[in-house]
Design a protein around this ligand. Structure first.
Ligand SMILES: [Zn+2]
Length: 170
């Protein structure tokens, strides 16, 4: 499939939504760096703190370490807006609660473009992580939710339409 090259000048604000600290650093952050270098605003939303990501380390310690690493990684590519939510690492499920959390961030941050990583069943390394698969589906649906004034009416944030979904490494 031939894809047209993305015209960076057509985007202004990008919201990156991933499941874990370091997900964006497997390729997507290269694109982020080109956006911020071109003067675009980029924000990150992490749905989990990645607390289950290191086998030999207690979740509370892992959580703090990975937040620290993510802040440093964001600094490297000129990203100041970083939100880390507390959905359970490794146990994410598709549902209205997480769709609502993403829709809320889209309405508040007001991106024209949302970016995710590959959420296919397969990834370069084998079977893709369940949290990645869930996150991609959630984000695709939350983009639509965010623009619908009759969905998540209790959020008390104006609807917002993001026009474009970028998928890295798909
Ligand atoms: Zn991950």
């Amino acid at each position: 499939m031939d894809l047209e090259l993305l015209k960076v000048e057509e985007i202004e604000r990008v919201l990156v939504v991933v499941a874990h600290p370091d997900d964006a650093e497997y390729g997507l952050s290269v694109a982020v760096n080109s956006f911020t270098t071109a003067g675009k605003e980029v924000g990150y939303l992490l749905l989990t703190a990645g607390e289950a990501g290191i086998r030999d380390m207690e979740p509370a310690k892992t959580k703090a370490l990975r937040a620290h690493e993510q802040r440093a990684a964001c600094q490297e590519v000129g990203v100041e807006h970083l939100t880390i939510l507390d959905f359970p690492d490794g146990e994410m499920e598709y549902g209205l609660d997480v769709r609502k959390a993403v829709a809320k961030e889209i309405r508040e941050f007001q991106p024209d473009t949302v970016a995710v990583i590959n959420f296919d069943f397969s990834a370069r390394w084998g079977i893709n992580h369940i949290d990645h698969r869930v996150t991609g589906k959630v984000v695709a649906d939350a983009i639509r939710d965010a623009d619908n004034p009759w969905i998540h009416r209790d959020l008390d944030v104006e609807p917002w339409k993001a026009d474009r979904l970028l998928i890295s490494g798909s």
